[in-house]
Write a protein that binds this ligand. Structure first.
Ligand SMILES: *Cc1c(COP(=O)(O)O)cnc(C)c1O
Length: 359
């Protein structure tokens, strides 16, 4: 059986290199006589994996000692609550760019006064609002954004200027897709299952000076201090997920050649698809051109019946999970780091054929 091209928004494809390496080490990790899955999280072998993973994340993203790198469970979704619980005291500002900021907003509202300062909902989230610094109340605890909008297929072409207010960004569907400047952010976080590894772990990178000293009343597992003081080992971390994240970092560093290189590959992959969409009389993408996501490409055919037929026939051809998010409809091709260029080319070829047959 051959492997399919999986365009799922997450969990998503992992690099074959990573899966083969994990397969080779499945029964026996190095000389340990056991699988990583079976290891004590306190064993020297496992501790080395987790330490190495953190070091690799720091290297890839250029994270300095001014920041903590934490491994947390509960998915990216738990951060919608953990961030305000730990960092908000006065008020929080949010830019609403779709499903994931709506969910973050809903959780924030339970905990702290929260204000949406810009919103693209009236135009079906087809663009990212421009926010100038005069919209940002400088007494706010932070400005919260989702930098790549997985559901609608937009991303920030440039970060908003928040002045002195720290910027907090959900990078779940774009972490490791291009280099970033960590000093632009107070905190970033990403669930692993889109671009970093399997589900089960969320990486939180937090600037040390944002931490409040006295948060003793917080439940232990919701308190960043617990993770910081215990190297994310207060309780059992998702050991196998962290091991796979470490392998993904290795792949990025050794096989790809770093984030500048993967960015170039990602831009070329996305261009293949967008160029075809722009030239097609059958398929189209309605996202503001400067705000188009490199990771999640949304598109539609002339009607919902063709959409359904397309998703079905594509799956039969080994191009799976192309249905759009249930609230958007249409199609969505998620083309994260692990999607090879050949997969995107196969999709474009299939779309051309479909257009000829039905157009
Ligand atoms: C998938 C996704 C989430 C939710 O991640 P979970 O790990 O399932 O909680 C949050 N934000 C963005 C941008 C996502 O793409």
């Amino acid at each position: 059986m051959s492997r399919v091209y999986n365009f799922s928004s997450g969990p998503a494809m992992l690099p074959t290199w990573v899966l083969e390496r994990a397969q080779k080490e499945m029964l026996q990790y190095q000389d340990s006589g056991q699988s990583v899955m079976e290891m004590s999280h306190r064993s020297p072998e496992y501790l080395e994996i987790q330490t190495h993973c953190e070091k690799s994340i720091r290297e890839l993203l250029g994270v300095t000692d001014d920041y903590h790198v934490l491994f947390v469970q509960g998915g990216a979704s738990l951060q919608f609550s953990m961030i305000p619980l730990n960092l908000a005291e006065n008020k929080v500002l949010i830019i609403n760019t779709g499903e994931w900021t709506k969910k973050a907003y809903k959780e924030h509202c339970k905990l702290v006064p929260t204000e949406i300062i810009a919103d693209s909902e009236a135009e079906a989230f087809a663009y990212v609002p421009k926010v100038s610094v005069d919209l940002v109340d400088q007494t706010a605890d932070y400005l919260y954004i989702c930098q790549n909008n997985t559901v609608f297929g937009t991303r920030y072409p440039a970060l908003p200027d928040s002045g002195k207010v720290p910027l907090i960004a959900d990078l779940s569907s774009m972490i490791f897709s291009e280099p970033l400047n960590i000093n632009d952010y107070g905190l970033i976080f990403a669930g692993a299952q889109k671009n970093m590894g399997p589900s089960g772990v969320c990486v939180v990178i937090l600037r040390k000076d944002l931490l409040k000293p006295s948060k003793d009343k917080l439940p232990t597992m919701l308190n960043y201090h617990t993770y910081i003081e215990n190297d994310s080992l207060f309780n059992t971390p998702p050991t196998y997920a962290i091991y796979l994240c470490d392998l993904v970092c290795k792949w990025l560093k050794e096989e790809i050649g770093g984030l500048a290189k993967i960015k170039e590959i990602n831009e070329n992959k996305a261009a293949l698809l967008y160029d075809y969409l722009d030239s097609s009389d059958f398929f189209s993408n309605n996202i503001n051109k400067t705000d188009r996501s490199l990771m999640n490409v949304t598109f539609v055919s002339p009607n919902a019946d063709f959409d359904k037929l397309f998703v079905k026939e594509a799956a039969e051809a080994g191009l799976i999970n192309l249905a759009g998010h249930r609230i958007v409809g249409g199609m969505r091709a998620s083309i994260y780091n692990a999607m090879p260029t050949e997969g995107v080319q196969a999709l474009v070829d299939f779309m051309k054929e479909f257009e000829v047959t039905h157009g």
